[in-house]
Design a protein around this ligand. Sequence first.
Ligand code: UDP
Length: 248
Amino acid sequence: MEVDEIYNLACPASPIHYQRDPVQTTKTSVHGAINMLGLAKRIDAKIFQASTSEVYGDPEVHPQVEEYRGSVNPIGPRACYDEGKRCAETLFFDYHRQHGTRIKVARIFNTYGPRMHPDDGRVVSNFIVQALEGRDITIYGDGSQTRSFCYCDDLVEGFIRLMASGDEVTGPINLGNPGEFTMLQLAETVVRLTGSKSKLVFLPLPADDPRQRQPNIAKARETLGWAPTVPLETGLERTIAYFRKKIA
Ligand code: UDP
């Protein structure tokens, strides 16, 4: 078998989906990493791991730097994802130290774009689909929590640059767009860009929902010469155009 590079992105990433079968979610990240690292070791392939900003949990350090060790509730409803991904990072670094496996660990911050599933359940697709269908826009909590949204093409460019970097570059390295927005700002922007008549409704905030999130991308800039190029409104316009066709 000839394989030079492995990208491991396996695992649902939307809270409603990864919480549906939490045991399977942890298994996907942990057993999945063991399986893929075993393969990489056997065939001497470079291996990329899609890690996540969720390793920082509900962060006390803002913006998040890679050195920050995070604040994850290990027994909460998000733990199956967060701790699964954290354990996967542990396995990657132990394979690297113990077996010399060439690893590339990216910590991905909220990403969106065309071809998301209409029922993905994450905030960008939810708000756009609700706005286009004239349904209420569901804001969880008071909408003051923040996220930083990266357009998918920018993220993929970061993956490719990380994979192409020298063997000394292992990560973990933050990949995300530092533009930080409240969920209220996101909802208002989506309503404006779609010209929707939907109204905003406020629903309970899910347990352990992180209050704020923003990547520090100094490492990605220095090591990969990478930074996002697509501002939120441009990316939203492209995503709205996609969903207009998809659900028409
Ligand atoms: N959110 C929201 N309405 C929705 C879906 C999500 O207000 O219909 C909020 C959610 O509570 C969180 C933020 O948007 O504060 C991002 O949620 P998402 O599920 O997209 O990703 P994650 O929480 O994993 O960053």
